[in-house]
Design a binder for this molecule. Sequence first.
Ligand code: GDP
Length: 365
Amino acid sequence: MEHPENSEEYKGLVVNAGVEQPSSVNPYMKRKPRRRQPTAAEFVEGILKGDVTMLSQAVTLVESVRPEHQALAQEVIAKCLPYTGRSVRVGISGVPGAGKSTSIDAFGLHVLEQYGGKLAVLAIDPSSERSKGSILGDKTRMEKLAVHPKSFIRPSPAAGSLGGVARKTRETIFLCEAAGFDKIFVETVGVGQSETAVHSMVDFFLLIQLSGTGDELQGIKRGIMEMADGIVINKADGDNLERARLAATQFRNALHLFPAPESGWTPKVLTYSGFYNLGVKEIWDMVYEYIDFVKANGYFEHRRNEQSKYWMYESINEQLRDSFYHNPVVSSLLELKEKQVLQGQLSSFIAAKELLDTYFEEMKI
Ligand code: GDP
């Protein structure tokens, strides 16, 4: 069919040849070789010198899913291990809106000013939308710390299984410690299981709460309260001051109902305002008092050892799971078995056994 545009009368549509434009890509750029990946020894040397760029690159390797990156990351971590452990690791948890970002900014500045040293702020947020390209997001969340020369802020590893995300954060702790960071904050959103994950890698677990409608205790799970070494009620300022004090009393009363913690430490409940920087000193006096207390009674070492043990088993579980689900024969059978179970042709148990037998058979080769 003839297009009317091609008719002589459509003069307006004639396209002129125009001027030839140079390529927008600089031809010299193309020839530039890609930057070489540092070797494990170079990473370790950089990290031990406190080179933050090297540290960041190593953390990126830890977070990568590529097997060659993982292998290199593990080598770097292994070489850094002798230089780890000499920090105070604090987990900070609270529901969205509790004021974690505001508080961490205030807490961070306080500890750096009061105790010196270097602070790394990490996060565990498996559900995170935030973790997608959010370095900037985290930097604006903690405005003052982000520009502090002694701080290193790293958002949560990208969304994945909680165990996987948490393991990466724990490995990042080691790298930060080797780089001379002697204070580590691990932040987590106080919803669900992530508190347990944070608890499994920190020395002190700080729970940020809000005073509210008088139902403070209802929304918070018993297990989480039991994990807390300190509960702090934020936004104790202005009109809210009285309510915050009341909430603190309720939490104190509730804590009495729990069995005494293994550490021998009685968890404290304090009120503060992250925004107005009130009561922040008292919180950190408490944290350091706790550290002295558990170092003296041996619980500090004990808890770290228990955590290492926990993570050994976690790693085994994670690797077995990965190896199983990534096995091509197993994964090709999964859908079929699932269907058979749903249609009542196979029991769940038999289906699982058949898949596992297939896996074990595969692993013999
Ligand atoms: P996050 O979601 O837990 O990280 O909470 P944010 O730090 O983003 O704080 C949530 C909101 O609470 C923000 O609007 C803050 O300005 C406000 N906020 C945080 N800390 C305080 C505080 O101590 N007092 C008051 N009045 N508001 C606060």
